[in-house]
Design a protein around this ligand. Structure first.
Ligand SMILES: NC(=O)c1ccc[n+]([C@@H]2O[C@H](COP(=O)([O-])OP(=O)(O)OC[C@H]3O[C@@H](n4cnc5c(N)ncnc54)[C@H](OP(=O)(O)O)[C@@H]3O)[C@@H](O)[C@H]2O)c1
Length: 376
């Protein structure tokens, strides 16, 4: 028999219970939804953190490249000069960095961590370099600025005005390092007429530079393109401040192991210019089989292999680039494992050396500026 209709209708008591249970069900649903929302948020948080640390570790790649089981350590970020100053081991070189290119290159460099710019009066771009430095907002005492005295200004009375021009262009009160660009003096007001006297005896030029150190306009003085004979010719004088560095061509084609050894024995730090073979030879340098093999093994770029090799040899290195990705790439140096370092050193020093830069003919000199037998 079917139940009477009233039995199918809820009683007042049943009504309350069902209202209660509907509310409970509703609360449970809300709790479940909240639980799911929280669970999804937690999963998203974990995934986000994972992605973030992946991206971070990938961007650290160039600082500490993966090395297939090799233990790569970092190289010195600075070297110490006789004055006690700490010079950053990697600089941005700005020779041949054209107007409109050099400023952005300096800006990229400073943003990516460079603190050392290697320039010169003769490069004709110091004002743009100065403006880019100013734009960066980096305090002056955190930067290392190098400039060079051009050949036409070796006469003592011409040195301070030449320095002042570089200081004004760079918009700075002092240089960290000022180099005698070449051991060749030109007569005042000429573009390449040899001043035999000042070339044979660089001491008057040096003594004036020492004065400018004492005056506070330069923190360190050095030389560039001096071979051993020319260094001895200078240091035979009663120097007050000895040369802090010698900036010379050093690359795979012209690694100058004897000059490097002699400089170490005599406490003179070398700076490697044209470290990638300059614009003329960079393509060939980056294709050297030993360089490619090391790059492949360590999962770094060929340019990084070479730049690291220079620092590991104990020299400052001055790669030039106006290409943003290369500027960033070139700052990442790592210690090559000994066997790979030795392999590259051996390859570089066992072929016939070939110098890339030699202006002797262009300057119509009747001697080679790099000849160890001084002509006078
Ligand atoms: N004291 C002296 O007499 C003297 C003489 C020469 C040079 N220096 C100094 O040394 C600095 C460097 O020398 P340098 O300019 O002759 O030659 P470098 O640095 O050996 O080579 C520069 C060339 O390499 C390219 N390059 C840079 N990084 C690269 C990378 N990661 N991959 C591929 N190509 C790359 C550059 O191209 P992009 O720019 O197009 O990227 C440029 O063509 C000069 O800027 C200057 O400060 C001094």
């Amino acid at each position: 028999m079917p139940p009477p209709v009233y039995e199918l209708l809820p009683s007042a008591e049943e009504d309350k219970t069902s209202e209660h249970s509907t509310r409970r069900t509703h609360n449970n649903r809300v709790k479940k939804v909240l639980f799911h929302v929280l669970a999804v948020a937690a999963v998203m948080f974990v995934v986000f953190q994972g992605l973030r640390s992946f991206v971070r570790s990938s961007s650290k790649f160039l600082h500490a490249p993966p090395c297939h089981g090799r233990n790569l350590s970092s190289l010195p970020s600075h070297f110490t000069l006789p004055s006690g100053a700490q010079i950053p081991s990697v600089a941005l070189g700005v020779w041949k960095a054209s107007p409109g290119e050099v400023g952005p290159a300096v800006e990229t460099a400073l943003k990516s961590g460079y603190r050392h710019i290697d320039g010169a009066w003769i490069y004709g771009n110091e004002a743009e370099v100065g403006a880019a430095i100013k734009k960066s907002g980096i305090p002056r005492d955190e930067l290392w600025l190098t400039s060079k005295l051009w050949n036409t200004f070796h006469a003592p009375e011409d040195i301070e005005p030449a320095l002042d021009e570089s200081l004004a262009h760079l918009d700075t009160e002092y240089l960290d390092l000022y180099l005698v660009h070449w051991p060749i003096a030109f007569k005042r007001g000429t573009s390449n007429e040899l001043d035999v006297e000042l070339t044979a005896n660089p001491y008057p030029t040096w003594a004036k530079l020492e004065e400018l150190v004492d005056k506070g306009k330069i923190r360190n003085i050095g030389i560039s393109n001096f071979n051993i004979a020319r260094i001895k010719n200078l240091t035979a004088n009663p120097l007050k401040h000895k040369p802090a560095v010698n900036q010379v061509e050093l690359n795979y084609w012209n690694p100058q192991p004897e000059l490097l050894q002699w400089s170490k024995e005599n406490g003179l730090l070398l700076e490697a210019y044209s470290p990638l073979g300059s614009s003329d030879q960079v393509k060939e340098t980056l294709r050297v089989p030993e360089v490619l093999a090391i790059a492949k093994e360590l999962v770094i770029t060929p340019a990084q292999v070479l730049i690291s090799w220079h620092v590991q040899r104990g020299t400052i290195v001055l790669p030039k680039s106006v290409t943003p990705s290369r500027v960033v790439e070139n700052l990442k140096v790592v210690a090559l494992p000994d066997d790979l370092f030795n392999k590259l050193e051996e390859a570089a020093t066992s072929h016939k050396p070939k110098r890339i830069l030699n202006p002797s003919t262009g300057w119509k000199l009747d001697f080679d500026v790099f000849d160890e037998n001084l002509p006078f």
